[in-house]
Design a protein around this ligand. Sequence first.
Ligand code: ADP
Length: 204
Amino acid sequence: SLDKIPAWREETRPNDKEEVKELTDGGGPRNKVSLYKGDITVLEVDAIVNAANSSLLGGGGVDGCIHKAAGSCLYDECNSLNGCETGKAKITCGYDLPAKYVIHTVGPVARGHVGPTESNDLTSCYQNSLRLMKENDLSTVAFPCISTGIYGFPNEPAADIALKTVKSWIDENPDMITRVIFCVFLETDFAIYKKKMSVIFPDN
Ligand code: ADP
């Protein structure tokens, strides 16, 4: 039965539509969160979150992948937004992406250091992205591991913040979100999230 299917699985055939659908559906309708290891740009959700930089004009990592897959209209819209501060978020269309919208959020530049400022800013990224989901009546979202790449936020505390912030949001807004996909890209994050998810979302 659906209840027996774990809500965390790994993409084995990149860009295979059937498989991606199965993965993003998680363990069935009762699970609100799922863990997906693979490319965020293939996900057919209301919004994918971009770990952008403050210029919003594209960069490396997931940002570069999203701009490449969305096409130059995304750059044009981002160019009209006047950048974005750390911890804040702005929404654009998804253009050539299967996702309807992109929520661009700017994570803290941590360079290996986790202090209150870095933690608060990363928490704000998740909260402000979810607030934009609510304001725009969107219900399915995929998050990458914000700040853990070029910006150097250590993976384990970053996963803690991601999972706990989303958990609180879901608890406080029970009717809003129907699915949150934690889209990890690296095996290390997959292992960290898998372990933490069973603790933070024990009923999932
Ligand atoms: P930041 O600048 O916020 O650190 P990065 O893009 O450098 O952002 O890294 C954030 C995370 O996104 C890293 O775990 C990286 O491996 C991952 N990532 C890179 N490309 C993709 C992609 N196409 N889909 C999902 N995650 C990705």
